[in-house]
Design a protein around this ligand. Structure first.
Ligand code: AMP
Length: 190
């Protein structure tokens, strides 16, 4: 099973990715988690991307594509994976297509978590107040939403055209949303 999960910042992609991946016995691979771990450990990659991340921008495709291509060669990814937060740009879609073509694999479905961006901005602003995450101040939150709308949201149409998109209402409890995702995938994949 090879899946993508996409959706605007704050919709709960990461949480759902972990649950869905466990459900299907595949690894959840989050580019955001990989970058955050590198920032925390102050690796050369972490040093390079920390400012971009703190500002809510996207890490350049060249770097991101190389990291994902490498991660997908690990043993635990041989029989499937769920990519969380990748691809986010057209260049990343093409790079992933190439990796898949080279390895003779295909994506089974793309989960799209849907929510009103105004509601999500409100939610993120509240969380920022409570937790003080570095990439969660008002300015960064808006920057993340703008780049999502401009660079990433249009990619959903690409996967819809390929008949891979599974749209799920992202507003609700963790259990409600994960239930919707698994039933939508069951309906799609049989
Ligand atoms: P996330 O946890 O998925 O929201 O990712 C956190 C941050 O990591 C993003 O705001 C970006 O700065 C960076 N990032 C994660 N995934 C990507 C990606 N596919 N392309 C570019 N930047 C990314």
């Amino acid at each position: 099973m090879r899946l993508l999960i996409m959706g605007p910042p704050g919709v709960g992609k990461g949480t759902q990715a972990v649950g869905i991946a466990a459900h299907y016995g595949i690894p959840a691979i989050s580019t955001g988690d990989i970058f955050r771990a590198n920032v925390k450990d102050r690796t050369p990659l972490g040093v390079e991307v920390s400012r971009i991340m703190a500002a809510g921008g996207y890490v350049p495709d060249e770097i991101t594509n190389a990291i994902v291509a490498d991660r997908l060669t690990h043993d635990d990814a041989a029989d499937g994976w769920l990519l969380d937060g990748y691809p986010r740009t057209e260049g990343q879609v093409l790079a992933l297509d190439k990796v898949l073509e080279r390895t003779g694999r295909h994506i089974d479905a793309v989960i799209s978590l849907v929510a009103d961006t105004d509601v999500l901005v409100e939610r993120l602003l509240k969380r920022a107040e409570l937790e003080g995450r570095e990439d969660d101040n008002a300015e960064t939150i808006r920057a993340r939403m703008v780049i999502y709308t401009e660079a990433t949201d249009p990619l959903l149409a690409t996967y819809r055209d390929r008949d891979l998109l599974v749209e799920v209402d992202g507003i609700g409890s963790i259990e409600e949303v994960s239930g919707r995702i698994t039933s939508a995938l069951d309906a799609k994949l049989g």
